[in-house]
Design a protein around this ligand. Structure first.
Ligand SMILES: [Ca+2]
Length: 129
């Protein structure tokens, strides 16, 4: 099977477990990501976020409303925001995107970000015996 090198799709704000991409990454892989759009993380008029943060009018509630990446079973939230360029992947596993919201308060979210990922050629390292 041909290795998947790209993923383009929606990351819905209401997905508490995030959106899996099917992209299997290995530590040392290099990827670039572009994310755009606006989502709502609640029903109040000012509860909007772009991929990097809540809009500035929202009263800070202690949670960063932003797009992050997860890799495999690693619970680490890797910041993505509006995108990353030439990011060297730190661990092995499937790439998942997640919109960070207050735990258990995903049900009142709506909208989705448009996200595109490209897995790039790795830097070739030559070993001399
Ligand atoms: Ca919410």
């Amino acid at each position: 099977m041909h290795e998947q090198m790209t993923w383009t799709g929606k990351v819905e704000a209401r997905l508490a477990q995030g959106q899996k991409t099917g992209l299997q990454l290995k530590k040392g892989d290099v990827i670039s990501v572009v994310a755009s759009g606006y989502v709502r993380f609640g029903t109040l008029e000012n509860q909007w976020a772009d991929p990097a943060s809540a809009i500035p009018t929202h009263v800070h509630d202690g949670y960063d409303h932003k797009l992050v990446a997860l890799i495999g079973d690693d619970e680490t939230h890797y910041p993505i925001g509006t995108g990353v360029l030439n990011w060297i992947v730190p661990s092995d596993g499937e790439l998942t995107f997640l919109f960070v919201d207050t735990p258990n308060w995903y049900v009142d979210n709506s909208g989705a970000f448009d996200v595109t990922v490209i897995k790039q050629k790795q830097v070739i390292v030559s070993f001399v015996n």
